[in-house]
Design a protein around this ligand. Structure first.
Ligand code: BGC
Length: 409
């Protein structure tokens, strides 16, 4: 099997500041990690705060032409209203380093973590949350003038769900559970809180307005696309769950410059909601089913609900210790993406999650990276999948990966 992608397609990898930088000490997550039993500390993470140039160089040398990274609100505004010029300069250096190395920067403004003071004040549901976010975005815009792609908020649907999970954990009705790791518990993720969802949509629209006036960027947000399907007789329940879990967020992207599509696996819906992934040796390290076809399903669904907003694949990947499997998964995901594009879905690029093995929100075990990192020495070790993806970028062609899997294809 062979699929070809257009000239000018963006090929890259994605990261998030809290997961790779280290010592994000003014953030809500840093505090949470210290006070939640069972949660691993992010600590030095993989010290990308200091090693970003090396990380970018590895991607560029492999043949990739784009890098998605985030700027960290908690560093830029450690105290309400006090903006750090040094941290803004740091992120400006990152943007310029990417440009110098031939990597198109795709910059995320908020990726799960917020300043701790923002969380203490009441978080996204507090009266001043939008004003607070606008003020941060306004300051950040000063370094983003020539950035072509800006993601305002990463996975607002997961963010709204994290809020629900925190409330359950604080009320003692549930133990801490990472939002992105299903583990052995066969946990079904609770529905995102729609009130938080609406607030995030308003924050996104407010940020979009500022960024449109101060930058030339295509502005969008990135949604966790879950490729939901109905068990027989459960079509109405699917529509209801889909709205709560993702369509509310896709509808809010209508009129955006792009929609960030993030897909990893699929999930079935029955009368009670999402059905836990059945245990299987094929499942990934985070407990999800091996479904590379989810990317095609997700991008088609996003295209439909956003009413034709062009997609940028801002995350897709697999938690596995077996890098051959990562290549296999990615090849199949890209074939599914090419097939959606053949059917008319507009896609600007593919950014793999993740550039580096990193801190997976409370855990260190799942490895999503194209590059391994020794956490004692911080030495980077590119995996064969990095060279493989770089070669796809250079040739615009994906060969193979036609191994049978439980999806439509
Ligand atoms: C998030 C990432 C996370 C990844 C893998 C997405 O939910 O944006 O931060 O590491 O999925 O679980």
């Amino acid at each position: 099997m062979s699929s070809t992608f257009p000239h000018g397609f963006l090929w890259g990898a994605s990261t998030a500041p809290h997961q790779i930088e280290g010592n994000n000490i003014n953030s809500d997550w840093w505090f949470r990690e210290q006070h939640t039993p069972g949660m691993a500390l992010s600590g030095d993470a993989v010290d990308s705060y200091h090693r970003f140039e090396e990380d970018m160089r590895l991607l560029a040398d492999a043949g990739l032409n784009a890098y998605r990274f985030g700027i960290e609100w908690a560093r830029i505004e450690p105290i309400p209203g006090h903006f750090s010029k040094a941290e803004l300069a740091h992120y400006r250096r990152m943007i310029e380093t990417a440009q110098r190395l031939g990597l198109t920067p795709v910059v995320t403004l908020q990726h799960f973590s917020t300043p701790k003071w923002f969380a203490d004040e009441g978080g996204w549901l507090h009266d001043r949350s939008i004003e607070r976010f606008q003020s941060y975005v306004g300051e950040a815009a000063a370094i983003l003038g020539d950035v072509p792609w800006i993601c305002t908020i990463n996975e607002p649907n997961m963010l709204a769900m994290i809020g629900t999970m925190m409330k359950l954990a604080e009320a003692g009705t549930s133990d801490w559970q990472s939002p992105t790791v299903e583990g052995d518990t066969q946990m079904v993720l609770p529905a995102p809180d729609p009130e938080v969802g609406q607030r995030l949509a308003a924050a996104h629209h407010a940020a979009r307005e500022i960024l449109r006036s101060k930058t030339d960027a295509a502005v969008g947000w990135t949604v966790a696309n879950q490729a939901l399907t109905a068990k027989p007789e459960n079509q109405a329940k699917l529509v209801e769950e889909r709205y709560l879990r993702e369509d509310l967020y896709l509808e809010a992207a209508r009129g955006d410059g792009f929609i960030g599509v993030q897909a990893y696996s699929t999930q079935e819906i029955d009368a009670n909601g999402p059905v836990p992934h059945a245990p299987s040796p094929e499942n990934t390290q985070v407990g999800t089913a091996y479904r590379p076809d989810s990317l095609g399903m997700a991008v088609r669904h996003s295209w439909e609900v956003t009413e034709g907003v062009p997609a940028l694949i801002t995350e897709n990947g697999i938690a596995t210790a077996d890098d051959t499997r990562r290549i296999d998964y990615t090849a199949q995901a890209l074939h599914a993406l090419a097939s959606a594009m053949d059917d008319g879905v507009e896609v600007a690029g593919y950014l793999h999650w993740s550039a580096l093995d990193n801190y997976e929100w409370g855990h260190w075990e799942p490895t999503f990276g194209l590059i391994a990192v020794d956490r004692e020495t911080f030495e980077r070790q590119p995996k064969p999948s990095l060279a493989w993806l770089g070669n796809v970028a250079k040739t615009g062609t994906v060969e193979g990966g036609a191994r049978a899997f439980g999806g439509e294809h």
